[in-house]
Ligand binder design. Sequence first.
Ligand code: PLP
Length: 359
Amino acid sequence: KPIFNFCAGPAMLPKAVMAQAQQEFVNWNDLGCSVMEISHRSANYIDVAKQAEQDLRDLMNISGDYEVLFMHGGGRGQFASVPLNLLPAGGEADYISTGSWSNAAIAEGKKFGKVNIAAESHSENGFASILPRDKWNLSDNAAYVHYCPNETVDGVEFDYIPDVDKPLIADMSSCILSSEIDVSKFGLIYAGAQKNIGPSGLAIVIVRKDLMGKSREGTPSIYDYALQSQSDSMFNTPPTFAWYLAGLVFKWLKAQGGVKAVQAINKQKADLLYNYIDESEFYSNRVVANYRSKMNVPFYLKDENLNKAFLAESEANGLLALKGHRSVGGMRASIYNAMPLEGVQALVEFMQDFAQRNS
Ligand code: PLP
């Protein structure tokens, strides 16, 4: 029976990519060793690094106005790196609160300056909606506006790119490369790699060039965008294996037909799951329809006493890691790019069967 991994992160990666990585693990490029063991300054590695960047640029249609950085420290590293580079000492920034991860960025941002929470969408249903842009209370003096287009824990996703007159900063950790976006609308996009891209620890940063070079005094060198840009993201030893694997995922995405093609499959997968949840009496999802995430689908059993049995039986059926985040309970199916349609079909079949047997 095939195994499908619904983990929110580190997440399932494409099977074909993992097979290639396994094959190349100890003998990469006929060098007799792995890509992890060669110098990041060698011509062999620089080819890998450059190709990965170019493939990402192609996939997201990133113009020459933007720098693409491969950094350390994952998504949370950027919670600090963004204010260190873009928020002058004593300055303020607007943050939009839509769930657990935007709130974590807010908590970190507060260490570096004044944070204005320009919109907050918590309700008795938890984070289940998004305030429309015209209800936001943006501050005149903000250095930037930060938001999280897809909230991994709460399963809430923006269905629009907010229009603001300050640099727009987006934490795309759990939605990067899942649907087509217009990069030119953003000042900076960042993403921890471990959902749609590759191993954890790596962070991708896409930053408009005119925003670099303003880091505040005391910014750690490895978090300084301008310095990393000048060093081609190799100021120190980069996470070479993660970067290489990200490159394989970018090639895989291109072979699938690029982001547009993957977006269509993602919609199919999400529709299948939400439609079933909505028509069933047994399960529910609390997020307002327009803002339901296509990557992370939280759902609840009407009878929460069955949670333990649901998790044990789903796992025994090869459907892994369906437990919801501890802060919200219930279940969560993360259906990133690498999750095939068959995985969601298998999940829905199991959910139907479980409901029938326990109704
Ligand atoms: N931002 C979002 C939206 C996330 O989902 C996560 C992790 O799940 C993070 C940030 C934190 O990423 P990391 O663990 O790489 O620091």
